[in-house]
Design a binder for this molecule. Structure first.
Ligand code: NAP
Length: 503
């Protein structure tokens, strides 16, 4: 019997610790205090493994948002954080990283309950990733500085010129639901290292770990008002943050559609804006690969985190000589990727995050079939409860189909054949996105040629989604503006001031 039909979709019992956290009174974290929202409204929290409501979070109003901005503004202007010695900022950030690590199991469980991702996956990807971002950026706090410069048109004697790096100021950081804690830490880490203050707005579907992070932020000794956490709706509190005159920078990760809107809305106050947006990343498989290794790699590139990954390898291009073999190899991974409840220790893939996402993904699969695509694997939902979608491969697709052009953000890959390098480079670039790409080959010449032809912020060779905080990350084309991580990531939170003094 097919293993996928024998899985139990019953979510496992929550730990006592998780039950206590889920029972907390809905509150916003403003100026170091837990406060109710001004209108008392809340938002239901669902476990996508069961579809059950398991908690409630506060719904921040415009008035609450203004309060959080005022707190962050005051904390920035009086220098309670930026005025600390860099070694003090570094030490406090390292303490925060240690606390996140110490609470790793609890945070992984919360992420599993909230997002539907397997707890085991959150424990080895999301939590260590969050810790790494804070540890790496903590090191930058003590390594920032300008330079002494010799002006070009002025005499050397009698003039003294230098640059200083200063924090940008109050930052609104708006994050999506696919890696909630990891995205929150990726955002706050460079801002804290630079000396900025923050209003963090997690996605309304997945705010639990951001709220727990606020506890740890206070415990680590980050002063009140430096990091504020607002749960609520993007079109209300998020929109207010983007337009607020006292916010100096908006850092956004999310869909291209909302990213474009935010870019427009931030224009009136000319804020600094960085955007990490959607993708439709190509994975190119050359004829010389070991199929037994590459097919599971291509499967992992799309099915990890139920395909809800900005860099998901959602367009697969396989050389025509090995196309059938690779598709069979991917189909053979179905039992491994069969969706299971997020707290099932055997789960490698969980449900999708919400009913909305479930309907959207199944809608794309149906549209693909209507347009003439064939299902080589999956293509359906295995359970009436929860938001599970089976890992899916669509073949016989063409570049005009919505499944090929649009970001599905689910466990669905479209597979196409190619004959030569130029043809596949052109096909890989036939998209409005440019976030990432994967190339699988032993031919180093082909690897480098293709890596230079593909328009994407990150290119992987013989692996996928290997993201490291030391390397800049961001998108070409409609996948974003700016870079996060590495030196570029900290510089995005700094202003440069030139000082020219006549002695
Ligand atoms: P989304 O719908 O764009 O939402 C992202 C965040 O923006 C949420 O916190 C949302 O709040 C908020 N928001 C919504 N409308 C807003 C508005 N008018 N003003 C200000 N904020 C607003 O994205 P998502 O569905 O959560 O996440 C999936 C998308 O993120 C995919 O496209 C994926 O590719 C992208 N992503 C990109 C990267 C990257 O690094 N490039 C990484 C991860 C994900 P509410 O949810 O509360 O409405």
């Amino acid at each position: 019997m097919n293993e996928m039909t024998t899985v139990s979709y019953q979510q496992h019992a929550y730990s006592e610790g998780a039950k206590t956290l889920l029972a907390r009174k809905p509150a916003l974290f403003i100026n170091g205090e837990w406060v109710a929202s001004s209108h008392g409204e809340t938002i239901a929290v669902e476990d996508p493994s069961s579809g059950q409501v398991v908690s409630h979070i506060a719904d921040a109003s415009v008035a609450d948002t203004d309060r959080a901005v005022a707190a962050a503004r005051a904390a920035f202007d009086d220098g309670r954080w930026s005025g600390l010695a860099p070694i003090a900022r570094e030490r406090i950030m390292l303490r925060l990283a240690d606390l996140i690590e110490a609470h790793g199991d609890e945070l992984a469980e919360l992420e599993a309950i909230d997002v539907g991702k397997p707890k085991s996956m959150a424990g080895v990807v999301d939590i260590p990733g969050a810790v790494s971002h804070i540890r790496y950026m903590a090191g930058w706090a003590a390594k920032l500085g300008g330079e002494t410069l010799q002006p070009y048109t002025m005499p050397n004697s009698g003039m003294f010129s230098y640059t200083i790096k200063e924090p940008v100021g109050v930052c609104a950081q708006i994050v999506p639901w696919n890696f909630p804690l990891l995205m929150a830490c990726l955002k706050i880490a460079p801002a804290l290292a630079a000396g900025c203050t923050i209003i963090l707005k997690p996605a309304e579907q997945t705010s639990l770990t951001a709220l727990r992070l606020a506890d740890l932020i206070a415990e680590a000794g980050i002063p009140a008002g430096v990091v504020n956490v607002l749960t609520g709706y993007g079109h209300i509190s998020g929109d207010r943050l983007v337009k607020h005159p006292d916010v100096d920078k908006v850092a956004f990760t999310g869909s291209t559609e909302i990213g474009k809107l935010i870019n427009k809305n931030a224009t009136d106050t000319l804020k600094h804006v960085t955007l990490e947006l959607g993708g439709k990343s190509p994975v190119v498989v050359m004829p010389d690969v070991n199929v037994a290794e590459t097919a599971p790699g291509a499967a992992g590139a799309i099915f990890f985190n139920s395909g809800q990954v900005c860099v998901a390898g959602s367009r697969l291009f396989v050389h025509k000589s090995i196309f059938d073999e690779v598709i069979e190899g991917i189909a053979a991974t179905a039992p491994f990727w069969a969706p299971r409840p997020s707290l099932d220790p055997a789960a490698h893939m969980g449900p999708l995050v919400s009913k909305e996402q479930y309907d959207k993904v199944l809608g794309y699969i149906e549209a693909g079939k209507r347009d003439g695509a064939s299902v080589a694997m999956g293509g359906d939902a295995p359970s009436a409860d929860g938001y599970y979608v089976n890992p899916t491969v669509l073949v016989n697709v063409n570049p005009q189909m919505s499944v090929v052009r649009e970001e599905i953000f689910g466990p669905v890959v479209v597979a196409q054949r190619f004959e030569d390098l130029d043809e596949v480079a052109k096909a890989a670039n036939d998209t409005c996105f440019g976030l990432a790409a994967g190339i699988w080959t032993k031919d180093l010449g082909a690897m480098h040629k293709l890596a230079s032809k593909i328009k994407a912020g990150t290119v992987w060779g013989n692996c996928h989604a290997m993201i490291d905080v030391a390397l800049p990350f961001g998108g070409y084309k409609e996948s974003g503006i700016g870079r996060e991580q590495g030196r570029a990531g900290i510089e995005a939170y700094l202003e440069s001031k030139s000082v020219i003094i006549k002695l």
